[in-house]
Write a protein that binds this ligand. Structure first.
Ligand code: 13P
Length: 256
């Protein structure tokens, strides 16, 4: 049984003070849901404040990106050693970073390796564009993203890796993938690809999230799908009651 994981990707929202206040307010309502791993990914500048607010609680902190080198002349970047002790998870390969910051599959692979080497856990985001979907390329494209991200990563590391399947056309659009469709893509383009690379037993240990316009109204339908082990949530994670509801719905669906 895989522990469900619901992660809040706050993207470029909240100042450090706002983030700390929100994180503090989340603690009590999120505490009862021990059957779900709960992760908050604030902007870099708010990570210390959120880590402080969540210290001693079971709620984890994640970063939204990282540079693959431990240090160097990389203006504006943050490295794994800088995040150690503050976060447990790091999102890499988010479609917004791939698109706006020109992050490549090779960079995502290097970042995933650096995150694992530093004792942290990558949440590797993959997903197709609307044009790719309409051209029938979803499975080939997402499968290739998964293969590229995992290149050279040993099987022992796989249980520490989370994959987030986020179809680009569903992010922030209100147009979510149907639960059956997301489940099927996760199965054939992610879990089966991992099974082909590492074997079925290893593939069964990897947690795979869905992301893209997840909200309380559709969460239960996703969480009832056998291949979907949680959600990576943008907009709805910025509303306290909504995010708490998402975690509750994950716990109810997966324990029921
Ligand atoms: P929305 O939940 O706002 O669609 O964003 C999804 C996402 O990109 C999470 O990483």
């Amino acid at each position: 049984m895989r522990l469900p994981i619901v992660a809040a990707n706050w993207k470029m929202h909240k100042t450090p003070a706002e983030a700390a206040e929100f994180a503090q307010a989340l603690v009590a309502p999120l505490l009862p849901f021990e059957g779900v791993e709960r992760v908050i990914c604030p902007p870099f500048i708010a990570i210390p404040a959120v880590a402080e607010a969540l210290r001693g609680t079971p709620i984890k902190v994640g970063a939204q990106n990282v540079h693959q080198e431990p240090q160097g002349a990389y203006t504006g970047c943050i490295s794994v050693p800088m995040l150690q002790g503050l976060v447990e998870y790091v999102i890499v390969g988010h479609s917004e970073v791939r698109q706006y910051l020109c992050e490549t599959d090779a960079m995502i692979n290097a970042k995933a390796k650096a995150i694992l080497a530093g004792g942290l856990k990558p949440i590797i985001a993959v997903g197709e564009s609307l044009a790719q979907r309409e051209a029938g390329e979803t499975v080939a494209f997402v499968g290739a993203q998964v293969r590229a991200a995992l290149e050279g990563i040993p099987a022992e590391a796989l249980p520490s890796i989370v994959i987030a399947y986020e179809p680009i056309w569903a992010i922030g659009t209100g147009r979510n993938a149907s639960p059956e469709d997301a489940n099927q893509t996760i199965k054939v383009a992610v879990r089966d690809v991992i099974a082909a690379l590492y074997g079925e037993a290893t593939a069964q240990q990897v947690r795979i999230q869905y992301g893209g316009s997840v909200k309380p109204e559709n969460m239960a339908d996703y969480m009832r799908m056998p291949e979907i082990d949680g959600a990576l949530v943008g907009g709805a994670s910025l509303k306290l009651n909504d995010f708490v509801a998402l975690v509750r719905l994950a716990q109810e669906a997966k324990s029921g």
